[in-house]
Design a protein around this ligand. Structure first.
Ligand code: MIG
Length: 767
């Protein structure tokens, strides 16, 4: 492979390296994308970059995108250490063996190639695997060795690792090993699951000083050993494809998130109603039953914006059909719900039932839109409708077709689509690796297209809805890849009604947010298993602050609507759903911030306080934006919570008590209390509680003011379409000088609030 460095040349702003050794002319390359984003690339396949995540044209170093300040290659030179490439912010030294080292502008190492031996401390040989299998032990280790494509980089003692999408376990991923292979596994998710539904091959490393990210842009199967094999290094591996990664240098984690979402796109603003409460269940067996749910929500005075129709609504689980026997006339129930202020979202699976005469199947067959075996026959596996075929979403024509098919739902009055089973999941064993799909303009095997199947399905859905409705498409997905945030929101799939999964929800959602997927949520109350009243009450308290707030549950499990657990839990549910509706303008502002800078709505404390040792491994608290800290109870039976507050002055949301941060303390937390803290000087914009978004014209804005000094930027638009991109929005700059509040209109492009009401919080009385 790459042995001794011989020289380099620059072409089109890219630096290519020549080595001794046999590498078949595949010269490795370093490309400066911006001052802080560097691409490292070896074109093993000879196909160039074939990214599904980065969709803007990269035209070398001079490309500019959306006004972002593009970096440039400042200088390239060579000395005895190697080839030295400089940008304004980063120095890259490329040496023998294609070791690539990154330094910050002060010359401090940010990330170095690992040069020592690998430790192989948990190596599993094939014979050991066979031995373990005898008694039914699943091997928990991986076979350690070299991957065909691989990058091994150093870790320092203090480094913490975050991101990696929807992985289970804890916030800090260091010492664990993961794989990227979109997987539907209905077993209760454990801390050490290697794979889950989504593959977001992006990691963030927080160092004692500075931070960086690596986006390992290979959508085949990849491996992330985050310091399990060896304490002082991590391994990125892939079975096939190119070595193609983006190094992102930052002063802090926020810089890294901003750059990553610059590269792969930002989660766009959703319609305002999508931030409301959603009610769902698999197994609302009939129209009568689902109508009862809508009635129940209103009778119990529970604000709600959306009911989800799971696979039960389809005729024999055939996509783009309606079960007229059990669900009668789809259009009628949907329009009746609309009259109650409730939108309808329908589930959509990729698998198309094999059935002569079924129009979706026939159309797809006629046009060759389904994946094929290497022999050229349409590939069949089993999913809910029985024998089914798989749309080849990597083919732009298939995406267009699928997008147009959405008209069926749009015409029924459906308001958004929930894409499930798009790993793709299959009942008769996994799809073989050699099933033939399309990757845009060329055939590609399942092994390459698996991890982007959900991504491409989401893209097809998003584009179809955008075309058909002109509104911001609301798409939810179970499977996705890096960059999917441009098209879809997500949920974490089939969790269970167990306390471990309530605890897991926090780091899992926070890491998704750091990985670009900001609009995400867990099934509130848990999907599988039977929820308890206490668990439901605590889950609603986390759901209330999750970007996607949906109560969902599996068929056959105990009923899980908020009124199924008695009056106390119903009242608690109402309290937190009401709070959610009050906070809508605040959360909407955060969604706007996310579109602008990539900052997630729900954040781990470490994103805001990355110098604070006490938050680097904090799994049981999180922030909503940078002003609200939530410290939910996640232990069965607990009536108090050990709260940690970072440096600064905080106010207890419920009592107004002032607390100097940088300390831990015990907060009493009976079942109806989720401890919440607000930063001194904060202004929190609120709406009055209403049963659903748009119940009135959002004409009253309440500004909840906390003691201290601060400024706040509030954003307002029609909450529906893309007019804001043409300037149809208002922004307000709000100054809080210890209760003296001034509001300045900054941008004028939308109708005004009729009234802005300023409310002093309890903190002003309690000095
Ligand atoms: O194999 O559509 O994760 O939310 O309710 C189960 C039925 C298929 C899995 C989804 C879940 C949904 C369920 N689906």
């Amino acid at each position: 492979m790459f042995e001794k460095l011989k020289g380099y040349h620059v072409e089109d702003g890219k630096v290519y390296f020549r080595y001794e050794g046999d590498y078949e002319g595949k010269e490795p390359c370093v490309e400066v994308i911006s001052d802080t984003i560097i691409n490292v690339f070896v074109d093993y396949t000879g196909l160039g970059h074939r990214s599904r995540a980065i969709e803007w044209e990269r035209q070398g170093q001079n490309d500019t995108k959306e006004g972002a300040e593009k970096g440039k290659l400042e200088s390239v030179s060579q000395d005895e250490s190697g080839v030295i490439i400089k940008t304004k912010k980063v120095t890259i030294i490329v040496g023998d063996n294609f070791h690539v080292d990154f330094y910050d502008h002060e010359g401090m190492p940010l990330s170095l190639a690992h040069r020592g031996e690998r430790k192989k401390n948990a190596a599993l040989s094939a014979s050991l695997l066979a031995f373990l299998a005898k008694e039914g032990h699943a091997a928990s280790g991986s076979i350690i060795g070299d991957y065909p494509i691989q990058e091994v980089r150093s870790l320092e003692d203090k480094d913490c690792i975050y991101g990696l999408g929807d992985k289970t376990g804890f916030l800090n991923k260091r010492h664990y090993a993961y794989e990227m292979w979109n997987t539907d596994n209905p077993n209760p998710q454990e801390d050490n699951f290697k794979v889950l539904y989504k593959s977001i091959p992006f990691m963030l490393v927080l160092k004692e000083k500075g931070a960086y990210g690596i986006f390992f842009d290979n959508h085949g199967k990849t491996y992330f050993d985050m310091g399990k094999e060896g304490e002082d290094y991590y391994v990125l591996g892939a079975d096939e494809g190119n070595l193609d990664y983006y190094f992102i240098a930052g002063e802090n984690l926020k810089d890294v998130v901003t750059d990553y979402t610059y590269l792969t796109g930002r989660a766009p603003m959703q319609q305002l109603w999508t931030l409301g409460f959603h009610q769902s269940r698999w197994g609302y067996e009939s129209e009568e039953e689902i109508r009862g749910i809508a009635k129940g929500l209103r009778e119990h005075e529970l604000p709600c914006d959306c009911i989800h129709f799971d696979i039960d609504y389809m005729d024999h689980y055939k996509v783009f059909t309606w079960n007229k026997e059990t669900y009668q006339d789809g259009g009628k129930v949907i329009s009746d719900f609309k009259d109650m202020g409730i939108k309808s979202v329908t589930i959509m699976d990729p698998g198309v039932k094999v059935e002569e005469g079924y129009y979706v199947y026939e159309e797809g067959m006629k046009n060759g839109y389904f994946a094929k075996t290497p022999k050229g026959e349409v590939y069949v596996n089993e999913v809910w409708p029985g024998d089914a075929v798989f749309p080849d979403f990597g083919n732009p024509k298939v995406r267009k077709w699928w997008g147009e098919k959405q008209k069926y739902l749009v015409d029924l009055g459906v308001a958004g689509v929930w894409n499930d089973m798009n790993e793709p999941a299959s009942f008769r064993g996994p799809l073989p690796n050699d099933i033939v799909f399309t990757d845009e303009d060329m055939p590609a095997p399942h092994s390459q297209m698996h991890n982007v199947y959900g991504h491409n399905m989401a893209k097809a859905t998003y584009e179809g809805w955008r075309e058909l409705t002109g509104k911001r498409p609301f798409v939810i997905t179970r499977a996705c890849y890096g960059g999917s945030q441009k098209y879809t929101t997500g949920w974490t799939g089939d969790n269970h009604s167990i306390w471990a999964h309530l605890r897991m929800a926090i780091p899992q959602l926070c890491n998704m947010g750091l990985s670009g997927m900001s609009f995400v949520g867990t099934d509130v109350g848990g999907f599988g298993s039977d929820c308890t009243p206490e668990l439901f009450a605590r889950w609603i308290q986390i759901g209330c602050f999750s970007p996607f707030f949906r109560d969902h549950c599996a068929k056959g499990c105990r009923m899980q609507e908020p009124w199924q657990f008695g009056p106390e839990v119903l009242a608690i549910s109402r309290k937190y759903i009401n709070l959610r509706y009050e906070l809508l303008p605040y959360i909407y502002d955060l969604m706007h911030e996310c579109e602008t800078s990539g900052m997630p709505i729900m954040r781990p404390l470490v994103l805001e306080y990355d110098k604070d040792e006490n938050v680097k491994n904090r799994n049981d608290e999180f922030m909503l934006g940078d002003r609200i800290l939530v410290a939910p109870v996640v232990e069965q039976g607990a009536k108090e919570k050990l709260v940690y507050l970072p440096k600064g002055v905080w106010y207890d949301y419920w009592t107004g008590e002032k607390i100097e941060g940088n300390c831990s303390f015990v907060r009493t937390a009976p079942l109806d209390v989720c401890p919440i803290y607000v930063k001194a000087g904060a202004v929190i914009p609120k709406y009055p509680v209403r049963m659903h978004v748009g119940e009135d014209k959002d004409d009253l804005l309440i500004l909840e003011v906390y003691p201290g000094e601060g400024t706040y930027a509030h954003y307002q638009d029609n909450g529906e379409d893309f007019a804001y991109r043409q300037g149809a929005y208002n922004t307000y700059q709000i100054h809080n000088l210890n209760g003296q509040v001034e509001v300045f209109k900054q941008h004028e492009g939308y109708r005004d609030y009729e009234k802005i009401k300023v409310e002093m919080t309890a903190g002003f009385q309690k000095k």
